[in-house]
Design a protein around this ligand. Structure first.
Ligand code: GTP
Ligand code: MG
Length: 332
């Protein structure tokens, strides 16, 4: 059984409506919400639930053994950041089957890293890529094809080919951004997408939900958005890279008062969190925060015309904090 039409209890009209709405394969349908499917296909929720269940049965979804989970984890791919120190901090690179959140002040290089990853994922595995394509959701209009060209040329790659493998979508508001991710399911497999970038994850949500009264609505939407992203990473063995701004907490007197936007929802759903900050000249510092199995630590890297790289003469090893909560600063 391969397509929606083959499912028992689904007519040609319903399958057509669902396919038009981006539910192009069984996996999209199997992981959908009954209420969404009901609205899209104009059917009752009960019928929708039945259709979803038969998609799940067809895919043999349900409990899996620990062994199967281990086999799935063996398929995790890693994309090089372009800096050996940063790679080492992240246990080899940006992982698939995970969401990596990068937060930091303006100019801390979130967008630059996003551009670099969009180039690097296309390289062969032996060079630190996954030979895959990229979906780039640009919410701040900061995607620059010229920058991709520069980075590709620096790696000896054909810039035209590299740009052809990056699918860019501008998100004009938070709802639009969410729909783009929902629709992404339909092209993940077809286009062999291995990296999904959302730059920035939170900016549109901040604009659309202003004031304390809207906070819970915003968090609910963000939660759903994060889970949709997680689904992409799980179902298609893709790496998800999202960027996030910071705000200053006025009540913090000691230590670093900056905090990522989005609160617990974004923090807990991200598998890896990197806090970036500027240092001298073109040096930047990435701090790994709250990783599930890696020690917290910091890495220094550079941004030059060629892209992300290692600082000449600087330590190639990231500084690892023995105590989980130790604060450190190697930037100044
Ligand atoms: P916001 O989106 O504004 O929050 O910031 P961001 O974290 O996305 O910063 P971004 O990645 O846009 O970083 C911009 C910085 O990268 C600039 O201030 C430059 O310092 C640096 N940069 C970008 N391009 C080049 C380049 O070609 N050469 C060098 N040396 N630095 C560059
Ligand atoms: Mg940016």
């Amino acid at each position: 059984m391969k397509s929606l039409k083959d499912l028992p209890g689904i007519g040609p009209k319903t399958s057509e409506k669902l396919e038009d709405a981006g539910y192009s394969d069984l996996m999209c349908l199997a992981t959908a919400n009954a209420s969404d499917v009901a609205v899209i296909a104009d059917i009752g929720e009960g019928v929708a639930a039945k259709i979803i269940n038969s998609a799940r049965d067809a895919l043999d979804m349900g409990f899996e053994t620990g062994l199967k989970a281990l086999e799935k984890r063996k398929l995790i791919g890693k994309i090089t950041f372009g800096s050996e120190t940063l790679n080492e901090l992240m246990n080899g690179g940006l992982e698939t089957q995970a969401i990596t959140e990068c937060y930091g002040a303006f100019g801390s290089s979130k967008t630059q890293i996003a551009h670099q990853l969009a180039v690097n994922v296309q390289m062969p595995v032996k060079d630190g890529g996954l030979k895959g394509r990229v979906l780039y959701i640009d919410t701040e209009n900061t995607f620059r094809p010229e920058r991709i060209e520069q980075m590709a040329i620096a790696k000896g790659l054909d810039p035209k080919k590299i740009l052809e493998n990056i699918f860019i979508a501008r998100a004009y508001n938070s709802d639009h951004q969410m729909i783009l991710v929902e629709k992404a399911q339909s092209i993940m497999k077809e286009k062999d997408i291995r990296l999904v970038i959302v730059d920035s994850l939170t900016a549109q949500f901040r604009t659309d939900y202003v004031g304390r009264g809207t906070l819970s609505a915003r968090q609910q939407k963000l939660n759903r958005h994060m889970h949709d992203l997680q689904k992409l990473s799980d179902n298609y063995n893709a790496a998800i890279f999202v960027t996030n701004q910071v705000m200053s907490r006025p009540n913090v007197l000691f230590g670093d008062p900056t905090e990522a936007i989005g609160g617990h929802i974004v923090g807990h759903t991200s598998t890896f969190r990197l806090y970036l900050r500027k240092s001298k000249q073109n040096l930047r510092v990435a701090k790994l925060v709250d990783s599930p199995y890696l020690p917290d630590g910091e890495a220094i890297y550079t941004i030059t015309e060629e892209g992300i790289g290692d600082a000449v003469g600087a330590a190639r090893k990231p500084r690892v904090f023995k105590e989980k909560k130790e604060e450190g600063d190697i930037s100044d």
